[in-house]
Write a protein that binds this ligand. Structure first.
Ligand SMILES: [Zn+2]
Length: 152
């Protein structure tokens, strides 16, 4: 459900939202997902993620959504830390940074039609992320996330 936030906007997720920022050990890129035109701000690129459910933490939520949307399995990923990207008090979005080897193939399609929320999932070189039509929330915090990735 949408919540009316103290910032005056509506956000998705009664308990906030979380996304999986998947990178490879050498930090060559991140996994981005093109959002389906059927969802809020569809057609833009973001990370797999969604609303945190009642009783769930950001890490659980991000891993669950990444599985639902991109077919990623928690046991194949190494979660390193979380970064609160947007914090409006009543609503926040947490990025869960995780590592996995980047596939040799340039593009990794999502595992079949697992979800109507995402059109496709692909690895994007770190330096090219800026050139994608990013979801406004990711656009805003990307410089900080990029520093987190390169600094850690
Ligand atoms: Zn807000």
């Amino acid at each position: 459900m949408f919540v009316l936030c103290s910032c005056g906007q509506r956000h998705w997720g009664r308990y906030g939202a979380a996304g999986l920022l998947l990178t490879d050990p050498l930090r060559t890129g991140v996994l981005l997902q093109k959002r389906s035109v059927h969802v809020h701000t569809g057609g833009t690129w973001s990370v797999p993620g969604g609303a945190i459910e009642r009783g769930e933490g950001p890490v659980d939520a991000a891993l669950r959504e990444a599985h639902e949307e991109a077919g990623l399995r928690a046991q194949d990923l190494a979660v390193s830390r979380t970064v609160v990207g947007t914090d409006h008090g009543t609503w926040s979005y947490t990025y869960v940074i995780a590592e996995a080897p980047r596939p040799e193939r340039a593009e990794l399609r999502s595992a079949g039609a697992t979800s109507w929320e995402a059109d496709r999932t692909t690895w994007v070189d770190l330096d090219l992320v800026d050139s994608y039509r990013l979801h406004p929330g990711l656009r805003e915090v990307w410089p900080r996330l990029r520093e987190e990735l390169l600094g850690g």
